[in-house]
Design a protein around this ligand. Structure first.
Ligand SMILES: Nc1ncnc2c1ncn2[C@@H]1O[C@H](COP(=O)(O)OP(=O)(O)OP(=O)(O)O)[C@@H](O)[C@H]1O
Length: 670
């Protein structure tokens, strides 16, 4: 794949991506975690690259979010989803959803959403998910008892790359191999030419070594599973809790993992444990066996009266004669018992098998001596025997387990990936459930319908029962808002009536809809907008320079691009009211001419309407009245209605309460 063809991917990132084994799959599936493994690619960058790949696939220019405020709303939408993920992976993966005008991309995500919203966010599943993380490759550990050997320079380089755990040696001939076999327990010859060569030692000829790395270095797959054990087990638990069909037999997987220690060694094999313990305890046990024998013998000697013949006594005194002969004659049975006890201790304590028990026999010889001492050469041979048995068994078990785990390697990747994907799906499912969302219906401007549903609207948006999760009140206390706009419109309304909140709701609904996601409303129909331009309210009057640059921004809005959604909050605050009304009227005219959908919140709706050269629609968020000094508001803008301002409402209330006529006079001025 040509990585540089992905929007936003330069030479450096392309080189980093090409170091990944499965970059293409990761790009296709939006697998941000895998992309993050590319050298020097941060999480944010990985998400951007994944988005770039999606854009390329859908031929999407990626210009949908046209202003800072529009981008903020998108970030807020991501935040709502991210709060509902359990794993870091899903939190990152969420950023691959982005708003677009590409019908195929929207349709793709909507398919995902259909699947996601069928999922049940069971607390047990969420709990199990907390232990799932992307699988990580373990650090390379050197294996020193094995080496690879080849006579071919090219194969040498390939082997060094394929087997970083092993030394690769150059050999010319059988003699070279034999030399290596003296330094390494196992030599794996890579060249066919060595087949049939007779060399002493464990020399294997494996021209196929590169294709079966787990057979040559079983430590690799063992280390991989040891390192990732808890993630794999958590992913298995997720499959069970969520009732997903796993890609492998989970009991067999758990059995295999039970045979593996966290450091990649084999556990749970009684014979191996016996051999390991026997090697470790050999010296201590031999010394205890000697004590057992000597204690017995000492006891026996102490209890006996020994009669020594004169000649013996003489020879004892004169020549330092051996006591052995005395022992032999006087205490033969006791000596035999003591030595038997020593041998028995050795066999019992080390749990020696019959074939090894023979060493015990020889370790404590029958020739009487006091104190009883072991035969070092026999114990040394026993040690060699036990160690060899231990290593043979460990190697065989390693190979067997590595073979079992090697077959589970791909299924386990899938197991973990599916668990992580489930987290993304559950986040969307929970978002949809928490905010009572529905999937919106798209109506293309030419009447073609993205969703396949017929609709009466042909332009703009229509929201019914929209409730923004981003308001500063509890979601349960958010009043549903109905709002429908087609063309360029002014939105008037009392202070704090909810004008800004309405723009936010429209922006959020449109951003989510064009991400392909469900929206927090009972029903939404909308045109597939080409771009979202959302301008937040500026704080106070702008100085001349800032005012000029704002006007330049709006210049771009009149460049002829159709299908835009333009949301502008109180643009009049940028300069003095009289001038503002004229400027807004002019911008609205331009937008009207290019069939944009626009909502301009303004307190100067009346003035703007007068200044505009076309019949600009004015909607109003109406105060139903004042109650205990508090405004009672209908949050849904009323169509074609210039809402009364807050001052007007207050004057009206005063006029009602006061019969002097003063307030009536003021009221007439409105
Ligand atoms: N749909 C709603 N449900 C519940 N409360 C709402 C809703 N919309 C707005 N509010 C409340 O009203 C407050 C004021 O809303 P908002 O700032 O949108 O009003 P505004 O008309 O833009 O005010 P101003 O004219 O002062 O700019 C919000 O902070 C929120 O607490």
């Amino acid at each position: 794949m040509e990585f540089e063809a992905i929007p936003g991917v330069g030479e450096k990132t392309a080189a980093a991506l090409s170091e990944l084994d499965d970059a293409e799959r990761a790009l296709r599936e939006g697998d941000v975690a895998t992309l993050t493994r590319a050298p020097g690619v941060s999480e944010g960058r990985a998400a951007a690259v994944a988005r770039g790949a999606i854009r390329r696939r859908h031929d999407d220019d990626g210009d949908f979010l046209a202003t800072d405020r529009a981008r903020e709303v998108y970030e807020d939408a991501l935040g709502l989803l991210r709060e509902r993920t359990v794993t870091d992976y899903a939190a990152k993966r969420i950023a691959t959803f982005y708003p677009t005008d590409s019908a195929s991309r929207i349709a793709e995500v909507r398919e995902f959403v259909e699947r996601a919203t069928d999922r049940d966010p069971d607390p047990d599943v969420l709990d199990a998910l907390s232990g799932v993380e992307p699988l990580s490759p373990p650090a390379t550990r050197r294996v020193r008892d094995r080496c690879l050997a080849t006579a071919d320079a090219e194969r040498f380089a390939a082997a060094e790359e394929a087997f970083p755990e092993l030394s690769v040696e150059v050999v010319e001939d059988a003699r070279g191999l034999a030399e290596l076999a003296r330094s390494y327990s196992t030599v794996v010859a890579l060249d066919e030419q060595f087949a049939g060569i007779d060399v002493e030692g464990d020399v294997r000829v494996r021209p196929d070594a590169m294709e079966s790395p787990d057979e040559i270095v079983p430590e690799r797959v063992l280390a991989f599973f040891a390192e990732n054990r808890s993630r794999v087990l958590a992913a298995a638990a997720v499959h069970e809790a969520a009732d997903l069909d796993p890609p492998c037999d989970l009991d067999a997987l758990r059995d295999a993992l039970d045979r593996l220690d966290d450091d990649g060694t084999i556990v749970g094999d009684a014979e191996l444990d016996r051999l390991v313990t026997a090697v470790d305890d050999l010296d201590a046990t031999v010394s205890t066996a000697e004590s057992v024998a000597n204690d017995r013998l000492r006891e026996a000697i102490r209890e006996r009266d020994v009669t020594i013949e004169g000649t013996d006594f003489l020879s004892l005194v004169e020549q330092g004669a051996r006591v052995d002969s005395l022992l032999d004659r006087e205490l033969e049975d006791e000596y035999d018992d003591a030595v038997a006890a020593a041998r028995e201790h050795l066999v019992d304590a080390l749990d020696l098998r019959p074939e090894e028990a023979d060493f015990a026999e020889r370790a404590f010889p029958d020739d009487p001596a006091f104190p009883v001492e072991h035969e070092p050469s026999v114990i040394s041979r026993l040690r060699t025997e036990l160690k060899a048995g231990r290593d043979r068994r460990a190697a065989r078990l390693k190979r067997d387990l590595a073979a079992d785990l090697s077959a589970l390697r791909d299924p386990v990747e899938e197991l973990v990936r599916e668990a992580l994907e489930l987290d993304v799906e559950l986040a969307v499912a929970r978002f949809a459930a928490d905010f009572e969302c529905t999937l919106p219906s798209f109506v293309d401007i030419d009447g073609a319908d993205v969703t396949g549903e017929a609709s009466p609207e042909s332009h703009g948006f229509a929201i019914e029962g929209g409730r923004s999760p981003l308001l500063d009140v509890d979601f349960a206390d958010v009043d549903p808002v109905d709002y429908r706009v087609s063309g360029a419109t002014l939105l008037s309304g009392v202070n704090s009536g909810g004008k800004t909140s309405t723009l936010d709701l429209v922006a959020l609904v449109v951003v989510l809809a064009q991400m392909g996601l469900p929206v927090p409303a009972e029903r939404v129909e909308l045109e597939r907008f080409s771009e979202l331009h959302y301008y937040a309210k500026t704080q106070g009057t702008l100085d001349a320079g800032a005012f000029e640059s704002t006007l330049r921004d709006f210049r771009a809005l009149a460049d002829g691009e159709t299908n835009r959604l333009v949301l502008v909050d109180e643009l009049e605050s940028i300069t003095e009211p009289g001038a503002s009304a004229k400027i807004v009227a002019g911008i609205l005219e331009a937008l009207d001419e290019q069939a944009a959908t626009a909502v301009f919140v303004s307190h100067l709706a009346g003035e703007i309407r007068e200044a505009a050269g076309f019949d600009v629609a004015v909607d109003g968020i109406e105060a139903l009245g004042l109650e205990d000094g508090e405004l009672v508001v209908n949050r849904s803008p009323v169509k074609d209605h210039l809402a009364r301002s807050t001052p007007e409402l207050i004057v009206e209330k005063l006029a009602d309460d006061d019969g002097s006529g003063f307030y009536d006079r003021l009221l007439e001025k409105f």
